[in-house]
Write a protein that binds this ligand. Structure first.
Ligand code: SDX
Length: 435
């Protein structure tokens, strides 16, 4: 389905007789958009929208968010139903292909991913070039970007089959790359992926297993990990996805585009928030210190944010946060953790914030990152790996959005404009004539 004209708006320049009529375009769900492509040609003006908070950069059929209603749909399916009834690989198929697979399609897809999980043995040597204390996100940026140096055979982005193979390679290999980044940081031997394990189970095996003993999978934790991957898989045109699309619009190869997305996700305002939440809770220390922290957040001069709270789109609640909170209780119960101080702190902070007008008036609610770190910490995953896990999950979203961009005939190279407020044109002055 493509957007359809659904009316128009007329723009008139005050103080002149110049005006133009812009078409309004409507999609399946969500607000109409004004197609401003002829605005500069007709009226000689640009639009201004720093952070693109009110600007649609593309048409997409993949994910839809209603921020006021707290709705998140992957290809039309509510995230709550997918988290409950599906698994991550099936969601990968859905995001990539637009429909849920039948049994034969899923078996074929599952095999395709499973048989691409190993890395070229020479890529393994890349890890030795990093310091042991390198942040694993730095390793992810480096190794995923370096995949372009190994998989030359599928860099023709205009070849559908090569796009498909690149998608398989990226989705299949990121868990291996991520797990090896962790193993390198702790000086443990890398474990090769196992074809007899599911996607989430294999990831936990490569993260936690050691050659010295048989690995025992905990199905509750694997299921929790699988659900966490589903929740993070895609999210419309967020900062990292928009980075992937902008890189993809230049014709860059898919490995370079995904490496760019990983770099963008790393920021604490975006995917780095889950790591920042744990650091915030640790710095606050005890529930008694929460009021003082909240006071600091409300002081504009402190520049302190309540990490894991707020969202550019969700102005009611982040549906993923509710599922994550339930999963948190499930995992802690499975692990027999009766009183997790961080969870108690987080729940108390949520209670206080949701009663405080500063947050309520600004429509700031817990987002996907507020509880995820507590689950991951309980599962024994180090804080430095939280954003890496987000990148593992989001790779399928980035690849799906990149594929949609390449296959969209209307897409052009991304090239935003600006308001220039610098110096007017002036002549060069030789250094001996300057003041
Ligand atoms: C992700 O886009 C996506 O979809 C992202 C994501 C995905 O799946 O890809 O959902 C993943 O990135 C989730 C967000 C993770 N980040 C954090 O938890 C970091 C803390 N949150 C903030 O940095 C902030 O809320 C953002 C970055 C998420 C949103 O920034 P906006 O859109 O600029 O915030 P806003 O315009 O809604 O802010 C309105 C007001 C401002 O104050 P005033 O100028 O009106 O006085 O609320 C304030 C902001 O300063 N504010 C906060 C706050 N978030 C916004 N104040 C304190 N703590 C916060 N967390």
């Amino acid at each position: 389905m493509t957007s359809k004209a659904s009316g128009s708006i007329t723009v008139t320049l005050d103080g002149s007789n110049k005006s133009t009529t812009l078409p309004l375009l409507g999609g399946t769900l969500g607000p109409q958009v004004a197609d401003i492509r002829k605005l500069y040609g007709d009226l000689g003006i640009f639009t201004y929208d720093p952070g693109y908070g009110a600007t649609a950069s593309c048409e997409s059929t993949i994910t839809y968010i209603d921020g006021d209603a707290g709705v998140l749909l992957y290809r039309g399916y509510p995230i709550e139903q997918l988290a409950e009834n599906s698994d991550f690989l099936e969601v990968c198929y859905l995001l990539l292909n637009g429909e849920l697979p039948n049994k034969a399609e899923f078996a074929d897809f599952h095999k395709g991913v499973t048989y691409h999980t190993m890395l070229h043995e020479q890529l393994r040597r890349f890890y030795d070039g990093f310091r042991r204390d390198a942040h694993p996100m730095a390793i992810m940026c480096g190794v995923v970007g370096a995949m372009a140096a190994f998989y030359h055979d599928n860099l023709d982005i205009n070849d559908e089959n090569q796009r498909r193979i690149a998608a398989f390679r990226l989705i299949a290999k990121v868990p291996t790359i991520a797990a090896w980044a962790y193993k390198y940081s702790v000086g443990q031997p890398f474990l090769y992926p196992r074809n007899d394990l599911g996607y989430a189970e294999n990831f936990l095996y490569m993260l936690n297993g050691v050659p010295a003993e048989e690995y025992v999978n905990n199905p509750i934790l694997s299921r929790a990990m699988d659900r966490i991957l589903i929740l993070h898989a895609d999210h419309e045109q967020n900062a990292s996805t928009s980075t992937v699309r902008l890189a993809g619009s230049t014709g860059a190869n898919p490995f370079a585009c995904i490496a760019a997305g990983i770099a963008a996700l790393w920021g604490p305002a975006h995917g780095g928030a889950n790591e920042a939440v744990l650091k915030m809770l640790a710095e606050i220390g005890t529930p008694e210190n929460i009021p003082a922290f909240i006071k600091e957040v409300k002081d504009k001069n402190s520049h302190t944010k309540l990490m894991g709270f707020g969202h550019r789109v969700y102005k009611n609640f982040d549906p993923r946060a509710k599922i994550m909170k339930d999963t948190c209780h499930e995992v802690l119960a499975e692990l027999g953790i009766k009183d997790e101080p961080l969870l108690d702190m987080a729940m108390e902070m949520e209670r206080i914030a949701l009663e405080d007008d500063y947050f309520v008036s600004r429509k700031l609610y817990p987002n996907v990152d507020f509880y995820s770190g507590i689950i991951l910490k309980a599962m024994g995953i180090p804080t430095s790996m939280f954003t890496v896990l987000f990148a593992v999950a989001r790779t399928v979203g980035w690849v799906s959005q990149w594929k949609e961009l390449i296959e969209d005939p209307s897409q052009r190279i991304g090239r935003p404009r600006q308001i220039y407020t610098g110096a007017p044109s002036r002549d060069f002055v030789a250094i001996d004539k300057r003041g």
